[in-house]
Every structure is written in C-alpha cells, then in structure tokens.
Write a protein that binds this ligand. Structure first.
Ligand SMILES: Cc1cc2nc3c(=O)[nH]c(=O)nc-3n(C[C@H](O)[C@H](O)[C@H](O)COP(=O)(O)O)c2cc1C
Length: 226
C-alpha cells in the first residue's frame, strides 16, 4: 500500500474517532397528548428558575419538551406546536447536555429534527460552562442538566416577508419559549430563560452554522429544593 493511501486511511480513522457517526441519531419516545396538570395550573406556576438539582431528566420528558417547542402537531406533518409566520419555520433547537443531562444520553450538543422526532449528536463537547460565560457570566446556566438554545435562520422568512421576517422569527421564538416553560411545569420540571449573551461567541463555541442566530437560551431541569 502506498504511503499516500496509508495516510488517507489513518486520517479517516482519526477523524472517525473524534466525530459523531450516524449512530448518534437518537429516535425520541413518542410524545403524549395528555398531561396531569391543567394549562391554567401550568401558567400559574411558571417561573424563571435559576437553580437546578444535579439530576438527569428522563428521555421521555426531553422528548415531550421538544415536541411542545417545535414538534409536529398536524396537517400531514407540516404544522408544528408553535405558530410560525407563513408556516416557514425559521427556528432550530439545539440541546446541550452535561454528564448528568438526560438519562441514557451521552453529554454533547444535539440538534432536534421535528419531522423525524429525533435528535442528532453533533459533538461530544458539552460546553455548558463556556456557554454560561458567553451569557455575561450567568453561571447558573451551567448548573442545569439540559440547556436548550433556540436559533433563527432569517433567510427562511425574509424571502417571503423581507426585513419584517426578522421580527417574525423573534416573535416565534417567544412562542416556543413559553411552550417550553409551560410543558416543563406540567412535567414537574423547571426552566429558565436567558436573552443576555454574545451571539457570535455562542455560535463559535457550539460550532453551529453562522446563519443560525441564537435568540434564547433555556436552561432546564429539576428545581433545586431549598
Ligand atoms: C426575552 C427575555 C430575556 C431574558 N433574559 C434573562 C437573562 O438573561 N437572565 C435572567 O436571569 N433572566 C432573564 N429573563 C427572565 C426575566 O428576568 C423574568 O422573566 C422576569 O424576572 C419575570 O419573572 P418570571 O419569569 O419568573 O415570571 C429574560 C426574560 C425574557 C422574556
């Protein structure tokens, strides 16, 4: 075998060891359409929580939260849980997990695919501490077992609506954020919300496309009991 081919094979092995393979796509449990807490109770009990127990959440609960945020809810797979101007869906959800993030899942950064009800692990780097530092040093964020980052790709809406599409994407992120909050309460979980961070730092450290503008960071987990 020539030196060139030996080098190519060696490089592929090294790259393979450091990157995630297709095996890192996780099919999520089917979300439920029934809960134990009324909408009124969930709204009443919703608070921004900034203190989390170091306990992993269940995979079924992560699935339910992601469904409430952006899951497919109707019209042949075309409509989602939160409204979207022109049904163009400019938002993406990224999930950052630490060591004790979600039962059965490895730490890392994951991307949610609503139509497949699955998540894909993009990297094994958890980076919650770095994320908290990029959020003006709000270190409570790193305490949460799960951190959801909502991003917007404006091109998906500005093509139809022009510059006003940017505003629509921001509004939509608010809907998604509230759905996450309400679903978290209904599952006896707690969520926080963070808008104060340096966008470019978050994009860089997460390694996501530069066109995916982070709008909201939502730490999630069990509230720490006093
Ligand atoms: C767009 C937005 C950005 C926010 N950013 C932060 C933040 O960076 N850090 C923080 O601790 N709270 C943040 N909050 C939470 C607010 O401080 C909180 O919603 C407010 O104090 C009302 O409390 P409640 O959510 O518990 O009702 C943000 C809320 C919103 C809606």
């Amino acid at each position: 075998m020539s030196k060139f081919f030996s080098f190519v094979i060696f490089t592929l092995i090294v790259l393979g060891a450091n990157q995630c393979s297709s095996k890192d796509v996780i099919q999520l449990p089917v979300p439920t359409g029934k809960g134990k807490v009324s909408v009124e109770e969930a709204i009443k009990n919703r608070r921004t929580i900034r203190s989390f127990a170091s306990r992993a959440i269940k995979l079924v609960d992560l699935s339910q939260i992601l469904w409430a945020a952006q899951g497919i809810t109707g019209e042949g797979g075309l409509k989602r849980a939160a409204p979207s101007a022109g049904a163009l869906y400019p938002l993406d959800l990224y999930i950052i997990l630490g060591e004790k993030g979600v039962e059965g899942l490895k730490s890392g950064i994951y991307h949610y695919f609503p139509s497949q009800n699955s998540i894909e692990r993009l990297t094994d780097k958890g980076l919650k501490v770095e994320l908290a530092q990029a959020a003006l040093g709000q270190m409570w964020i790193a305490e949460a077992p799960v951190v959801i980052v909502i991003t917007a790709e404006y091109e998906r809406v500005t093509g139809k609506y022009g510059p006003r599409g940017v505003r629509y994407a921001h509004m939509e992120a608010g809907h998604v954020g509230e759905n996450i909050f309400i679903q978290a309460v209904a599952l006896d979980l707690a969520a926080g919300i963070v808008g104060a961070f340096e966008n470019s730092k978050i994009i860089k450290l997460m390694g996501i496309p530069a066109s995916h503008d982070p709008l909201l960071i939502m730490p999630l987990g069990y509230q720490k009991k006093r």
